[in-house]
Ligand binder design. Structure first.
Ligand code: G3I
Length: 411
Protein backbone atom coordinates (compact mmCIF):
# COMPACT_ATOMS: atom_id res chain seq x y z
CA UNK A 1 0.00 0.00 0.00
CA UNK A 2 1.55 3.32 -1.02
CA UNK A 3 1.86 6.11 1.55
CA UNK A 4 0.16 9.48 0.87
CA UNK A 5 3.60 10.96 0.16
CA UNK A 6 4.43 8.26 -2.40
CA UNK A 7 1.03 8.67 -4.05
CA UNK A 8 1.43 12.47 -4.20
CA UNK A 9 4.90 12.06 -5.69
CA UNK A 10 3.60 9.70 -8.35
CA UNK A 11 0.73 11.99 -9.29
CA UNK A 12 2.94 15.08 -9.43
CA UNK A 13 5.53 13.21 -11.51
CA UNK A 14 2.87 12.01 -13.92
CA UNK A 15 1.18 15.40 -14.00
CA UNK A 16 4.42 16.98 -15.19
CA UNK A 17 3.67 15.72 -18.68
CA UNK A 18 0.63 16.09 -20.93
CA UNK A 19 -1.76 13.18 -20.66
CA UNK A 20 -0.68 10.36 -22.96
CA UNK A 21 -3.59 8.69 -24.65
CA UNK A 22 -2.40 5.11 -24.59
CA UNK A 23 -3.36 2.85 -27.45
CA UNK A 24 -5.42 -0.13 -26.33
CA UNK A 25 -2.98 -2.49 -24.69
CA UNK A 26 -3.53 -5.42 -26.99
CA UNK A 27 -1.30 -8.44 -27.41
CA UNK A 28 -0.68 -7.15 -30.91
CA UNK A 29 2.71 -5.47 -30.82
CA UNK A 30 1.73 -3.71 -34.01
CA UNK A 31 -0.79 -1.49 -32.25
CA UNK A 32 -0.27 1.76 -34.12
CA UNK A 33 0.91 4.78 -32.17
CA UNK A 34 -2.05 7.09 -31.59
CA UNK A 35 -2.35 10.17 -33.78
CA UNK A 36 -1.63 12.46 -30.89
CA UNK A 37 2.09 12.14 -31.56
CA UNK A 38 1.97 11.78 -35.35
CA UNK A 39 1.85 14.44 -38.04
CA UNK A 40 2.46 17.91 -36.71
CA UNK A 41 2.82 16.49 -33.20
CA UNK A 42 5.77 14.31 -34.19
CA UNK A 43 9.41 14.88 -33.31
CA UNK A 44 10.02 15.21 -37.04
CA UNK A 45 7.52 18.06 -37.50
CA UNK A 46 8.89 19.95 -34.51
CA UNK A 47 12.47 19.46 -35.69
CA UNK A 48 11.61 20.51 -39.26
CA UNK A 49 10.12 23.71 -37.81
CA UNK A 50 13.47 24.46 -36.17
CA UNK A 51 15.66 23.49 -39.13
CA UNK A 52 17.04 20.70 -36.96
CA UNK A 53 17.77 17.12 -37.94
CA UNK A 54 16.23 14.59 -35.55
CA UNK A 55 17.06 10.96 -36.11
CA UNK A 56 17.44 7.45 -34.78
CA UNK A 57 19.46 4.31 -35.32
CA UNK A 58 17.58 1.75 -37.40
CA UNK A 59 17.75 -1.91 -38.36
CA UNK A 60 16.76 -2.69 -41.96
CA UNK A 61 14.90 -5.95 -41.31
CA UNK A 62 12.57 -4.14 -38.92
CA UNK A 63 11.98 -1.20 -41.26
CA UNK A 64 10.59 -3.53 -43.89
CA UNK A 65 9.41 -6.44 -41.76
CA UNK A 66 7.68 -4.77 -38.81
CA UNK A 67 4.88 -2.31 -39.75
CA UNK A 68 4.68 -0.59 -36.33
CA UNK A 69 8.47 -0.03 -36.32
CA UNK A 70 8.58 1.18 -39.91
CA UNK A 71 5.66 3.58 -39.48
CA UNK A 72 7.09 5.00 -36.26
CA UNK A 73 10.46 5.66 -37.91
CA UNK A 74 8.81 7.14 -41.00
CA UNK A 75 6.69 9.58 -39.00
CA UNK A 76 9.04 10.56 -36.19
CA UNK A 77 12.45 11.34 -37.73
CA UNK A 78 14.01 13.09 -40.73
CA UNK A 79 17.42 11.39 -40.39
CA UNK A 80 18.38 7.71 -40.17
CA UNK A 81 21.62 6.05 -39.09
CA UNK A 82 22.21 2.31 -39.49
CA UNK A 83 22.74 0.74 -36.07
CA UNK A 84 24.93 -1.98 -37.63
CA UNK A 85 24.21 -2.30 -41.35
CA UNK A 86 27.09 -0.10 -42.53
CA UNK A 87 29.76 -1.49 -40.22
CA UNK A 88 32.57 -3.64 -41.55
CA UNK A 89 31.10 -6.83 -40.02
CA UNK A 90 27.83 -6.31 -41.90
CA UNK A 91 29.26 -5.12 -45.18
CA UNK A 92 32.24 -7.42 -45.56
CA UNK A 93 31.39 -11.15 -45.52
CA UNK A 94 34.74 -11.91 -47.15
CA UNK A 95 37.93 -10.01 -48.07
CA UNK A 96 36.80 -9.70 -51.69
CA UNK A 97 33.05 -9.38 -51.07
CA UNK A 98 30.64 -6.60 -50.08
CA UNK A 99 27.05 -7.17 -48.93
CA UNK A 100 25.04 -3.97 -49.26
CA UNK A 101 21.56 -5.45 -48.87
CA UNK A 102 20.87 -4.06 -45.40
CA UNK A 103 22.48 -0.70 -46.14
CA UNK A 104 20.58 -0.40 -49.42
CA UNK A 105 17.29 -1.16 -47.65
CA UNK A 106 17.90 1.73 -45.26
CA UNK A 107 18.79 4.06 -48.13
CA UNK A 108 15.65 3.02 -50.00
CA UNK A 109 13.44 3.53 -46.92
CA UNK A 110 14.92 6.99 -46.37
CA UNK A 111 14.41 7.94 -50.01
CA UNK A 112 10.79 6.76 -49.84
CA UNK A 113 10.10 8.86 -46.74
CA UNK A 114 12.11 11.96 -47.61
CA UNK A 115 14.66 11.31 -44.90
CA UNK A 116 18.42 11.88 -44.83
CA UNK A 117 20.95 9.24 -43.80
CA UNK A 118 24.21 9.44 -41.89
CA UNK A 119 26.69 6.61 -42.33
CA UNK A 120 28.17 4.71 -39.37
CA UNK A 121 31.02 3.89 -39.57
CA UNK A 122 33.97 3.59 -41.95
CA UNK A 123 36.74 2.83 -39.47
CA UNK A 124 36.40 1.40 -35.94
CA UNK A 125 38.26 -1.00 -33.69
CA UNK A 126 35.05 -3.04 -33.21
CA UNK A 127 32.70 -4.83 -35.60
CA UNK A 128 35.68 -6.14 -37.55
CA UNK A 129 34.93 -9.30 -39.56
CA UNK A 130 36.48 -12.61 -38.51
CA UNK A 131 38.62 -12.88 -41.67
CA UNK A 132 40.33 -9.54 -40.97
CA UNK A 133 43.04 -10.74 -38.56
CA UNK A 134 44.28 -13.44 -40.88
CA UNK A 135 44.11 -11.33 -44.03
CA UNK A 136 45.03 -7.72 -43.33
CA UNK A 137 48.70 -7.02 -42.74
CA UNK A 138 50.92 -3.99 -42.29
CA UNK A 139 51.66 -4.24 -46.01
CA UNK A 140 48.05 -4.22 -47.25
CA UNK A 141 46.12 -2.48 -44.46
CA UNK A 142 46.16 0.95 -46.11
CA UNK A 143 44.87 -0.58 -49.33
CA UNK A 144 42.08 -2.40 -47.47
CA UNK A 145 41.04 0.75 -45.62
CA UNK A 146 41.10 2.99 -48.68
CA UNK A 147 39.34 0.43 -50.86
CA UNK A 148 36.65 -0.06 -48.21
CA UNK A 149 35.98 3.66 -47.94
CA UNK A 150 36.11 4.25 -51.68
CA UNK A 151 33.64 1.40 -52.26
CA UNK A 152 31.23 2.12 -49.41
CA UNK A 153 31.26 5.93 -49.32
CA UNK A 154 31.50 5.95 -53.10
CA UNK A 155 28.36 3.81 -53.45
CA UNK A 156 26.28 6.39 -51.61
CA UNK A 157 28.13 9.49 -52.77
CA UNK A 158 25.86 12.52 -52.84
CA UNK A 159 23.21 10.79 -50.76
CA UNK A 160 24.75 10.91 -47.26
CA UNK A 161 24.21 13.80 -44.84
CA UNK A 162 27.37 12.75 -43.02
CA UNK A 163 29.67 9.84 -42.26
CA UNK A 164 31.21 8.71 -39.01
CA UNK A 165 34.56 8.30 -40.73
CA UNK A 166 36.47 7.26 -37.61
CA UNK A 167 34.73 6.02 -34.47
CA UNK A 168 36.09 6.04 -30.89
CA UNK A 169 39.80 6.42 -31.69
CA UNK A 170 40.67 8.26 -28.44
CA UNK A 171 41.47 6.43 -25.19
CA UNK A 172 43.35 8.58 -22.66
CA UNK A 173 44.24 5.37 -20.80
CA UNK A 174 46.19 4.02 -23.79
CA UNK A 175 49.35 5.54 -22.36
CA UNK A 176 50.15 7.19 -25.69
CA UNK A 177 51.05 10.89 -25.88
CA UNK A 178 48.38 11.34 -28.56
CA UNK A 179 45.91 9.25 -26.51
CA UNK A 180 45.04 7.16 -29.54
CA UNK A 181 43.27 3.95 -28.66
CA UNK A 182 45.14 0.74 -29.32
CA UNK A 183 43.34 -0.67 -32.35
CA UNK A 184 44.09 -2.94 -35.33
CA UNK A 185 44.21 0.17 -37.53
CA UNK A 186 46.79 1.87 -35.30
CA UNK A 187 48.87 -1.31 -35.13
CA UNK A 188 48.74 -1.96 -38.87
CA UNK A 189 48.99 1.56 -40.32
CA UNK A 190 50.10 3.83 -37.47
CA UNK A 191 48.50 7.08 -36.26
CA UNK A 192 48.09 8.36 -39.83
CA UNK A 193 45.21 5.89 -40.37
CA UNK A 194 42.86 8.59 -39.15
CA UNK A 195 43.78 11.22 -41.72
CA UNK A 196 44.02 8.54 -44.38
CA UNK A 197 40.39 7.61 -43.68
CA UNK A 198 39.18 11.20 -43.79
CA UNK A 199 41.00 11.99 -47.04
CA UNK A 200 39.65 8.80 -48.64
CA UNK A 201 36.13 9.64 -47.48
CA UNK A 202 36.28 13.20 -48.86
CA UNK A 203 37.55 11.90 -52.18
CA UNK A 204 34.82 9.22 -52.31
CA UNK A 205 31.96 11.55 -51.30
CA UNK A 206 32.74 15.27 -51.45
CA UNK A 207 29.28 16.23 -50.21
CA UNK A 208 29.00 14.26 -46.94
CA UNK A 209 29.92 15.99 -43.67
CA UNK A 210 32.92 14.02 -42.37
CA UNK A 211 32.62 13.28 -38.68
CA UNK A 212 34.78 12.03 -35.83
CA UNK A 213 32.46 10.23 -33.37
CA UNK A 214 33.16 9.35 -29.72
CA UNK A 215 31.60 8.58 -26.34
CA UNK A 216 32.33 9.39 -22.66
CA UNK A 217 33.06 13.02 -23.54
CA UNK A 218 29.80 14.44 -22.15
CA UNK A 219 30.22 14.69 -18.39
CA UNK A 220 32.26 17.02 -16.17
CA UNK A 221 34.21 14.19 -14.56
CA UNK A 222 38.04 14.28 -14.63
CA UNK A 223 38.17 11.34 -17.08
CA UNK A 224 35.62 12.78 -19.47
CA UNK A 225 37.12 16.25 -19.32
CA UNK A 226 40.49 14.72 -20.17
CA UNK A 227 39.00 12.75 -23.06
CA UNK A 228 37.20 15.83 -24.39
CA UNK A 229 40.51 17.67 -24.34
CA UNK A 230 42.17 14.87 -26.28
CA UNK A 231 39.37 14.88 -28.87
CA UNK A 232 39.83 18.63 -29.29
CA UNK A 233 43.55 18.14 -29.75
CA UNK A 234 42.93 15.44 -32.35
CA UNK A 235 40.60 17.75 -34.27
CA UNK A 236 43.11 20.57 -34.00
CA UNK A 237 45.92 18.34 -35.32
CA UNK A 238 43.80 17.11 -38.21
CA UNK A 239 42.73 20.60 -39.20
CA UNK A 240 46.30 21.89 -38.91
CA UNK A 241 47.32 19.22 -41.43
CA UNK A 242 44.51 20.14 -43.81
CA UNK A 243 42.56 16.95 -43.13
CA UNK A 244 38.93 17.30 -44.27
CA UNK A 245 36.85 17.03 -41.08
CA UNK A 246 33.54 18.85 -40.66
CA UNK A 247 31.91 17.64 -37.46
CA UNK A 248 32.31 15.86 -34.15
CA UNK A 249 29.73 13.31 -33.01
CA UNK A 250 28.99 13.34 -29.28
CA UNK A 251 27.43 9.91 -28.76
CA UNK A 252 25.54 10.92 -25.57
CA UNK A 253 24.96 7.53 -23.98
CA UNK A 254 23.78 9.14 -20.73
CA UNK A 255 22.95 7.64 -17.37
CA UNK A 256 20.12 9.01 -15.28
CA UNK A 257 22.01 8.26 -12.07
CA UNK A 258 25.05 10.34 -13.09
CA UNK A 259 25.30 14.13 -12.63
CA UNK A 260 24.05 15.57 -15.97
CA UNK A 261 26.42 17.02 -18.56
CA UNK A 262 26.83 20.79 -18.36
CA UNK A 263 29.30 23.63 -18.70
CA UNK A 264 32.27 21.50 -19.73
CA UNK A 265 30.37 20.08 -22.69
CA UNK A 266 28.97 23.52 -23.58
CA UNK A 267 32.54 24.85 -23.67
CA UNK A 268 33.63 21.90 -25.84
CA UNK A 269 30.84 22.53 -28.37
CA UNK A 270 31.68 26.26 -28.46
CA UNK A 271 35.39 25.51 -28.87
CA UNK A 272 34.51 23.34 -31.87
CA UNK A 273 32.29 26.10 -33.25
CA UNK A 274 35.23 28.51 -33.10
CA UNK A 275 37.13 25.95 -35.20
CA UNK A 276 34.38 25.93 -37.80
CA UNK A 277 33.06 22.53 -36.74
CA UNK A 278 29.51 21.27 -36.48
CA UNK A 279 28.46 18.96 -33.63
CA UNK A 280 25.96 16.11 -33.80
CA UNK A 281 24.35 14.32 -30.85
CA UNK A 282 24.75 10.92 -32.47
CA UNK A 283 23.58 8.10 -30.16
CA UNK A 284 21.42 9.56 -27.38
CA UNK A 285 19.83 7.20 -24.90
CA UNK A 286 19.44 7.24 -21.11
CA UNK A 287 20.66 4.27 -19.13
CA UNK A 288 18.48 3.82 -16.02
CA UNK A 289 19.65 0.41 -14.94
CA UNK A 290 20.52 1.60 -11.43
CA UNK A 291 17.37 3.69 -10.93
CA UNK A 292 14.86 2.49 -8.34
CA UNK A 293 11.22 3.46 -8.20
CA UNK A 294 7.99 2.96 -10.07
CA UNK A 295 7.74 3.31 -13.83
CA UNK A 296 6.21 6.78 -13.35
CA UNK A 297 9.07 7.88 -11.12
CA UNK A 298 11.72 6.43 -13.44
CA UNK A 299 10.00 7.99 -16.47
CA UNK A 300 9.94 11.41 -14.79
CA UNK A 301 13.69 11.28 -14.09
CA UNK A 302 14.50 10.08 -17.60
CA UNK A 303 12.31 12.77 -19.15
CA UNK A 304 13.99 15.45 -17.07
CA UNK A 305 17.40 14.38 -18.38
CA UNK A 306 16.16 14.33 -22.01
CA UNK A 307 14.72 17.82 -21.53
CA UNK A 308 17.80 19.29 -19.88
CA UNK A 309 20.38 17.68 -22.14
CA UNK A 310 18.71 18.29 -25.50
CA UNK A 311 17.75 21.85 -24.49
CA UNK A 312 21.37 22.56 -23.62
CA UNK A 313 22.71 21.06 -26.86
CA UNK A 314 20.23 22.53 -29.35
CA UNK A 315 20.83 25.98 -27.88
CA UNK A 316 24.27 25.81 -29.54
CA UNK A 317 24.08 27.07 -33.15
CA UNK A 318 26.58 24.50 -34.43
CA UNK A 319 24.57 21.55 -33.07
CA UNK A 320 22.62 20.58 -36.16
CA UNK A 321 21.44 17.03 -35.52
CA UNK A 322 20.19 14.98 -32.58
CA UNK A 323 19.81 11.23 -32.98
CA UNK A 324 18.73 8.62 -30.45
CA UNK A 325 20.26 5.18 -30.53
CA UNK A 326 17.02 3.48 -31.50
CA UNK A 327 13.48 4.83 -31.18
CA UNK A 328 11.72 2.20 -29.08
CA UNK A 329 12.86 0.47 -25.89
CA UNK A 330 11.78 -2.78 -27.51
CA UNK A 331 15.13 -3.10 -29.32
CA UNK A 332 17.57 -1.00 -27.32
CA UNK A 333 21.08 -2.37 -26.90
CA UNK A 334 20.70 -1.37 -23.24
CA UNK A 335 18.38 -4.31 -22.60
CA UNK A 336 21.10 -6.72 -23.66
CA UNK A 337 22.75 -9.06 -21.13
CA UNK A 338 25.58 -6.62 -20.35
CA UNK A 339 23.58 -3.46 -19.62
CA UNK A 340 20.12 -4.61 -18.51
CA UNK A 341 18.56 -3.71 -15.17
CA UNK A 342 19.47 -5.88 -12.19
CA UNK A 343 15.75 -6.34 -11.49
CA UNK A 344 15.25 -7.67 -15.00
CA UNK A 345 12.71 -4.98 -15.87
CA UNK A 346 13.13 -3.53 -19.38
CA UNK A 347 15.09 -0.28 -19.51
CA UNK A 348 13.01 2.75 -20.43
CA UNK A 349 15.71 4.68 -22.29
CA UNK A 350 14.18 5.96 -25.56
CA UNK A 351 11.29 8.19 -26.65
CA UNK A 352 8.94 5.26 -27.25
CA UNK A 353 8.43 2.32 -24.91
CA UNK A 354 8.45 -1.37 -25.83
CA UNK A 355 4.80 -1.13 -26.92
CA UNK A 356 5.56 1.76 -29.29
CA UNK A 357 3.84 4.18 -26.92
CA UNK A 358 5.31 7.64 -26.35
CA UNK A 359 7.03 7.80 -22.97
CA UNK A 360 7.26 11.04 -20.95
CA UNK A 361 10.77 11.26 -22.47
CA UNK A 362 9.11 11.79 -25.87
CA UNK A 363 7.29 14.93 -24.73
CA UNK A 364 10.35 16.22 -22.90
CA UNK A 365 12.49 15.64 -25.99
CA UNK A 366 9.95 17.40 -28.22
CA UNK A 367 9.77 20.37 -25.85
CA UNK A 368 13.57 20.55 -25.90
CA UNK A 369 13.55 20.61 -29.71
CA UNK A 370 11.11 23.54 -29.54
CA UNK A 371 13.42 25.35 -27.12
CA UNK A 372 15.86 25.87 -30.03
CA UNK A 373 13.51 28.54 -31.37
CA UNK A 374 13.55 30.39 -28.07
CA UNK A 375 17.35 30.08 -27.93
CA UNK A 376 17.46 31.77 -31.31
CA UNK A 377 19.80 29.24 -32.90
CA UNK A 378 18.42 28.94 -36.37
CA UNK A 379 20.99 26.98 -38.29
CA UNK A 380 23.55 24.31 -37.67
CA UNK A 381 26.14 26.29 -39.56
CA UNK A 382 29.35 26.44 -37.61
CA UNK A 383 30.89 29.84 -36.94
CA UNK A 384 33.56 31.04 -39.33
CA UNK A 385 36.87 29.56 -38.28
CA UNK A 386 38.89 31.82 -35.98
CA UNK A 387 41.82 31.46 -33.65
CA UNK A 388 40.75 29.77 -30.42
CA UNK A 389 41.41 32.13 -27.51
CA UNK A 390 43.25 30.63 -24.57
CA UNK A 391 45.20 28.09 -26.61
CA UNK A 392 48.31 28.73 -28.67
CA UNK A 393 48.27 28.56 -32.44
CA UNK A 394 50.40 25.46 -32.24
CA UNK A 395 48.01 22.59 -33.06
CA UNK A 396 50.16 20.28 -31.02
CA UNK A 397 50.09 22.46 -27.92
CA UNK A 398 48.38 20.65 -25.06
CA UNK A 399 44.77 21.73 -24.73
CA UNK A 400 44.23 23.15 -21.27
CA UNK A 401 40.53 22.99 -20.41
CA UNK A 402 39.42 26.13 -18.63
CA UNK A 403 38.03 25.53 -15.11
CA UNK A 404 34.33 24.64 -15.34
CA UNK A 405 32.22 27.80 -15.25
CA UNK A 406 29.01 27.56 -13.21
CA UNK A 407 26.51 25.45 -15.16
CA UNK A 408 24.04 27.44 -17.19
CA UNK A 409 21.16 25.52 -18.66
CA UNK A 410 19.43 27.86 -21.12
CA UNK A 411 15.82 28.55 -20.15
O1 G3I B 1 24.35 -10.05 -37.20
C1 G3I B 1 24.96 -11.01 -36.31
C2 G3I B 1 24.21 -12.33 -36.37
O2 G3I B 1 24.34 -12.88 -37.67
C3 G3I B 1 24.78 -13.28 -35.32
O3 G3I B 1 24.03 -14.47 -35.31
C4 G3I B 1 24.70 -12.59 -33.94
C5 G3I B 1 25.23 -13.47 -32.83
O4 G3I B 1 26.63 -13.41 -32.83
O5 G3I B 1 25.49 -11.38 -33.98
C6 G3I B 1 24.92 -10.45 -34.90
O6 G3I B 1 25.71 -9.29 -34.90
C7 G3I B 1 25.54 -8.50 -33.73
C8 G3I B 1 25.15 -7.08 -34.18
O7 G3I B 1 25.07 -6.18 -33.07
C9 G3I B 1 23.79 -7.09 -34.90
O8 G3I B 1 22.80 -7.48 -34.00
C10 G3I B 1 26.89 -8.42 -33.01
O9 G3I B 1 27.19 -9.70 -32.47
C11 G3I B 1 26.81 -7.39 -31.88
O10 G3I B 1 28.11 -7.21 -31.31
C12 G3I B 1 26.35 -6.04 -32.44
O11 G3I B 1 26.22 -5.14 -31.37
C13 G3I B 1 26.18 -3.76 -31.77
C14 G3I B 1 27.44 -3.05 -31.21
O12 G3I B 1 27.37 -1.65 -31.53
C15 G3I B 1 28.72 -3.61 -31.82
O13 G3I B 1 28.73 -3.36 -33.21
C16 G3I B 1 24.93 -3.13 -31.16
O14 G3I B 1 23.77 -3.68 -31.78
C17 G3I B 1 24.94 -1.63 -31.40
O15 G3I B 1 23.86 -1.00 -30.72
C18 G3I B 1 26.25 -1.02 -30.87
O16 G3I B 1 26.26 0.34 -31.21
C19 G3I B 1 27.45 1.05 -30.80
C20 G3I B 1 27.80 2.04 -31.89
O17 G3I B 1 27.99 1.37 -33.11
C21 G3I B 1 29.03 2.85 -31.49
N1 G3I B 1 28.82 3.52 -30.21
C22 G3I B 1 28.43 2.61 -29.11
C23 G3I B 1 27.17 1.83 -29.50
C24 G3I B 1 26.71 0.93 -28.36
O18 G3I B 1 27.68 -0.05 -28.11
Amino acid sequence: MRTRREFFRLVSAAAAFPPIAYARRTKDAHAPVLANVSGDRSLRAHADAQGLLVGCAVVPERLTGEPAYGSLVAEQVNLLVPENAMKWAALRPAPDKFDFRGADEIMAFAAEHGQKVRGHNLCWHESIPAWFAGTVTKENAQQFLIQHIQTVAGRYAGKMQSWDVVNEAIDPKSGRADSLRKSPWLDLIGPDYIELAFHAARQADPTALLTYNDYAIEHDTPDEREKRGQVLMLVRRLKARGVPIDAVGVQSHLSVTDPPPGAGLQEFVRELRSMGMQVFVTELDVNERKLDGSVAERDAAIARLYKEYVTMMVAEPNVSAVLTWGITDRYTWLNGPKYGRADGKPQRCLPFDSDYQPAPAFFAYRDAIDSRRRAGSTSGAAAPEKKTPGNSDDPYAPFTPKPAAPRTVPQ
